[in-house]
Unconditional design. Structure first.
Ligand SMILES: O=C(O)C1=C[C@@H](OP(=O)(O)O)[C@@H](O)[C@H](O)C1
Ligand SMILES: C=C(OP(=O)(O)O)C(=O)O
Length: 407
């Protein structure tokens, strides 16, 4: 097991962090690009492994689409392979084959697709046999498991001969990601309506256009957390915009409560320290990828916060609730379920001289616990796990003056 030691440091002089591009925006524009007749001008695609996997699969078009551990790549390419009438096997890592996909497969079957499960009903691997004829444009889809199924259906909707009327059922989580999908579709010429729980996309063509992918707000969250936990300093995060398509820009309002003032400038955002106002409660339903960052920050800052909207965390790269509970305990903090789906962060009272963090094949576990280095020496197990979304993360830590050493 590779180990990376991060030395304790708590002052960050004016440091500029370049940030990676958003993998969520990148993976959407790649699908849209593949469905556009004509040339798009797309820049700043993400270096994330999830995006590079998508680029390679679209370019080489092998009979087996192995998406590794990339959820969006699995869900978006399943819909793409179907609408482009291809025969494909969709597979991924063992964990990917434990992440549910039945809701998307049912929606695709409802419009006439032939898809078979190759192992366990409701989970990858899958065999796609394409879509010969669209049988209906009326589809009901649950919104409470993953928004990625909805985004996948929406992006192929204009290509369907009958278009699509998607009725969202029940609670809709990660809504900001659905909005991102529709905004990007609009950027490439697609008209849609979203009235109450019904999204309608008529049959139409994607129009060639330009798009520059923004920096990644989920990746930015770790830098907000670092400064919030530090004694002093300022950070400048490049390439972030105030009007972002990414719901994880909610980190600005969360960190305003946890001691960070954000000032938007022409080419990014300046982070400065301010007094902690306190985060009593936060609902992560629409920004689930921020939960680990904020849990660790609250645990370090002595904030007894209540978290809700964490349901989807159990089916991501790992069971993130379990992983957080185990790793927070290593510095005597807790994430306690005080009622069904209501969690309380119980902060650390004593900090060990060194903390070793297990990362569970989850990039966000490695990155979310990095700010612990403001209080103690940290050892991160399997540091290359960050490659999924942020391959240059440790290099950027060095830019911030953090000493990293492979053990
Ligand atoms: O559409 C997207 O780009 C994503 C949607 C979210 O997943 P869920 O919709 O499954 O919550 C998020 O957690 C994931 O990192 C990226
Ligand atoms: C959940 C994530 O990604 P995905 O679902 O696309 O694998 C993530 O990046 O935190």
């Amino acid at each position: 097991m590779e180990l990376l030691q991060l030395s304790q440091k708590s002052d960050f002089e004016t440091v500029q962090i370049p940030l990676p591009s958003s993998k969520s925006e990148s993976n959407r524009v790649l699908i849209i690009d593949a469905l556009t007749e004509g040339e798009n001008q797309i820049s700043n695609l993400a270096e994330a492994r999830d995006t590079q996997t998508m680029i390679n699969l679209l370019k080489t078009n092998p009979p087996v689409f192995d998406v590794l551990d990339a959820g969006t790549t699995m869900r978006f390419l399943t819909a793409y392979g179907t609408v482009t009438n291809q025969k494909k096997v969709m597979t991924g890592t063992p964990r990917m084959c434990e992440r549910p996909i039945g809701i998307l497969v049912d929606a695709l079957r409802a419009i006439g697709a032939e898809i078979h499960y190759l192992n366990i009903e409701g989970y990858p691997p899958l065999a796609i046999h394409g879509l010969n004829e669209q049988t209906t444009n009326q589809v009901k889809i649950r919104g409470d498991v993953s928004s990625q199924y909805i985004s996948a259906m929406l992006m192929i909707a204009p290509i369907l001969p009958m278009g699509l009327e998607l009725e969202l059922e029940g609670k809709v989580g990660s809504r900001t990601y659905i909005e991102m999908t529709l905004e990007l579709m609009r950027n490439f010429g697609i008209a849609y309506t979203w009235e109450e729980n019904r999204i309608t996309v008529k049959h139409q063509s994607y129009q060639p256009s330009t798009f520059s992918v923004e920096s990644d707000w989920s990746g930015a969250s770790y830098w907000f957390s670092l400064l919030a936990c530090a004694d002093s300093g300022t950070l400048f995060l490049k390439g972030l915009k105030k009007d972002s398509l990414q719901g994880d820009s909610a980190i600005v309002e969360i960190m305003d409560r946890l001691g960070i003032r954000s000032t938007f400038e022409k080419d990014g955002v300046l982070l400065e320290k301010q007094a902690v106002k306190g985060l009593e409660t936060y609902d992560f339903t629409h920004c689930p990828d921020l939960a680990q960052t904020v849990a660790v920050t609250c645990a370090i800052l002595g904030q007894n916060s209540i978290f809700t909207g964490l349901e989807s965390l159990r089916i991501k790269e790992t069971d993130r609730i379990f992983a957080l509970q185990e790793e927070l305990a290593r510095f005597n903090a807790q994430l306690k379920e005080i009622e069904p789906d209501v969690f309380q962060v119980i902060p650390s009272v004593t900090m060990p001289h060194e903390v070793k963090i297990h990362t569970y094949d989850d990039h966000r576990m490695a990155m979310a616990f990095m700010p612990l280095l403001t209080k103690t020496q940290v050892i991160i197990e399997d540091p290359s796990v960050v490659n999924k979304s942020y391959p240059s993360f440790w290099k950027h830590c060095q830019l911030a003056g953090i000493t990293t050493q492979q053990l």
